[in-house]
Structure formats: C-alpha cells, structure tokens
Design a binder for this molecule. Sequence first.
Ligand code: MG
Length: 451
Amino acid sequence: MQLFGTNGVRGVVNLDLTPSLVLELSQSIGTFFKSGKLLVGRDGRLSGHMLSEAVIAGLTSVGCEVCDIGMAPTPCIQYLTQHWRMNGGVAITASHNPPEYNGVKVFARDGVEVSRSDETLIEQIHQRKEWSVADWKHVGRVYSRSDGIDRYVRDVARHFDRETICKGNLTVLVDPGNGVGALTTPYVLRDLGCGVRTINSNVDGTFPSRPSEPTPDNLKHLTETVKDLNIDFAVALDGDGDRAIFFDEKGQVYWGDKTFALIEKFFLMDNPGEKIVTPVSSSQIIEEVARTHGGSVIWTRVGSVDVSRKMIETGAKFGGEENGGIFYAPHIPVRDGTIAAAFIANILTKTKEKLSGLIEQLPSYQNAKEKVFCPNEKKEKVLEEIRRKADGTRIETIDGVKIWYDDNSWILIRPSGTEPAFRLFAEAKTKHRTDRLISDYRQITEDLVNQ
Ligand code: MG
C-alpha cells in the first residue's frame, strides 16, 4: 500500500490513521533520518495530541532527539526546522481536510517536505520494518520549546517595511477558520501596523464555524461581515495556515490565482527578470503578468512540494498555487498564508489603491473544476487514451494531460494523488467555453473509465 499521497500521509483517525500506524511510520521516519534532532509540531485537531505522542515515541525509539513545539501552523514548523538547524521535522496535520482526518508530513533539514524519492525510501523502511531501534541507553530525549511562534512572527514581519504599512492605516479581518493560523497571522499583521479584527480565531479541532478549506464557496457567508466592518481586506486561512484566500473591501472573494497574480506583479516590479514557479493547474494570468513585467514562468507538477523543490533547484524567489498558496524563498520556499497576507497589506499601502481596483487591472479568465471517479489501477490507461484522443493545438504532459486550444482555452486532466479520481481544470475567456470543456472531458473520461 502506498502511504504518501500528494501531501504526506493522510487518513481518518483511528480508522486509517491509527496511533500504531503513526508510531511505526515515525520509527521509519526516524530510521530514515538516522539520528539527530527532529522538530515536531501539530495543528489544532482533536487527535493532534494523541498522534504527536505516537510520533514522538516512534522517533525517540530509534534514537532521534525531539524538540516538541506543540501547536503551530505548518509553515511555522517548517521555518523553525530550518531556522533552528534541525535534522528534519514532522508535522501532524491534515491541512484543510474535515475534522475526522489527520496526517503526517515530513520535512527535510531545509524545512521543505522531503522529496518523493525520500518518501519512497521511508515507505520501504516501513514495509520491511527495518527500524534501527535503539538500545535502552540510546533512546532519544524529548524537550519542548515555547518561543517558536514568537520567533516566526518576528522573522516574517522583518521581510516587510513596517513604517510604510503603518502609515497605510489598514484594517484587516482575519478568519483562521478555527485553525492554527490564528496563532500567527493576526500577530504578524498587527506587528506590521495593521488594525486587525478576527473571526473564528479560537483554535478548535472540530472546525465549528466553517469547513476548513478556504474555497470561495465555503466562505460566502463572510461577504456581509466584510462589508459591514468597513475594512480594507479580509483573509481566510485553511486549518494549518499555509493557504490564504482574500476578500476585497466590497466583500468580493477571489480564488488564489488572482491574488497570486497580484503579488507576482508587484514582486516582479521590484525584482525584474525573476522566475515564478507554479503548477500546471494555475491560470495563464500568471504567464501574462510575467510577460508584461519582465519575468518568466516555470511550470511544475501539482503539489506544494514540487513548487518548493523547483524553487530551490532553480533559485527562484517566488511561487504560488491557484488554491491560495504563496511561496517566498527569502523567508523559506514553502507555502505560507501569513506571508501572503503580509504581501497584500504591503501592496495596498504602497499603491494606496483598493484591492478590488488592483485586481480589476489584472487579465481575467473564467475557471472551472470538476472531479471524475476512476479506480487507481485504471488511471494510467485512461490518461494514455485521453492523450491519444486529445484534439487541441498543443499538449503538455508535465502532470496529467493539459490540452490547449487556439482560443487560448485549456483543460487539464490529472490523476488525483489522494483519491481514486481525476481532477479536471479548465480555463477560457468565457464561462460558456469552460463549462463546455469540462462537460466534454467529463464525458470522455467517464466513458474511458467505464469501458
Ligand atoms: Mg494547508
């Protein structure tokens, strides 16, 4: 069985993801790292404490020393892994999944998720039960640190010009959705001189206020609140604080592509000629903005680890994802909702413009997404058939099959890394055209799956 999906190991607690599985997985992780200090942190889920104890038991049983920072956003755990020169790190988090889920993510010493080939090595150790269990004298020790969040908050804020942002007198609404982003994002914005209001900012692993994934659909209810509060922008985070979705001052919510493109634009104005890294599922707005502002785009497979690793490989400073992920390498090349919010505050004060107006100036496309069921064992064959049948003007196979048409519309059909399904992404100038692309390829994919 493959343990690692697109985002580490995930499952329903005590059903797929049992403490004994997590214990043995952590023995495998510890054996992979051989020894040394590993940082352990967790999001706010109810099962977080139970599973972090299993992780710590597994790691120390194979001789690793553990620094336990307790609850923290994933990007904060990643930053501290690197900043405190740990040998690696482990986060117990299921990101934006429903509350019954949890998961384990493994970070290398640079704070970025370990590569896919290293995940395979960990899986091999796990399957063969090749744990290098320590004798009683060499069981790892455990200590905790509580200064990590402060360190992170100060170090993020350092990348921005506090004086300028202060003068902007911005008022911002932060909605962490009861996730651990509540521990950092409001504080960084406050540190930068914004007036901060919060909603759903008590950490609660049952996610009582809204689903943890910050999609425009899940956030509709905030529109009225944003309008009533008379604020400059609102930011909504996912459960572990690495994704950020924004509302403008009128209460209009945007998909991550738009704010990614906006931050990209101002990043390129300050850093001409830079490379921008993004997965093939992102909007062509990213490429248009790069072209207009003298940058270039490097396309990757879908998954935050692919973006991070590509940034390191190419020395790119900036990356993003359509789901609200922003990566800034001068801090650390991992996606981080807090840094995304700081960038938006910075842009609004610098331009003295409204967020709605800034977004209006960007190129505009219609996007649509869909999911089509497909058993895992059929995925490869179905994808090959889609590629063979594709009728577009250009075909890209960086991840799945991306088919371009001469009206600048495209559809991406890619096998999900976490579910028995294909994910379909389409983009075109009109909604009619994206709907058409989705319905055509839904049909084609379903027919091939049912053959
Ligand atoms: Mg997340």
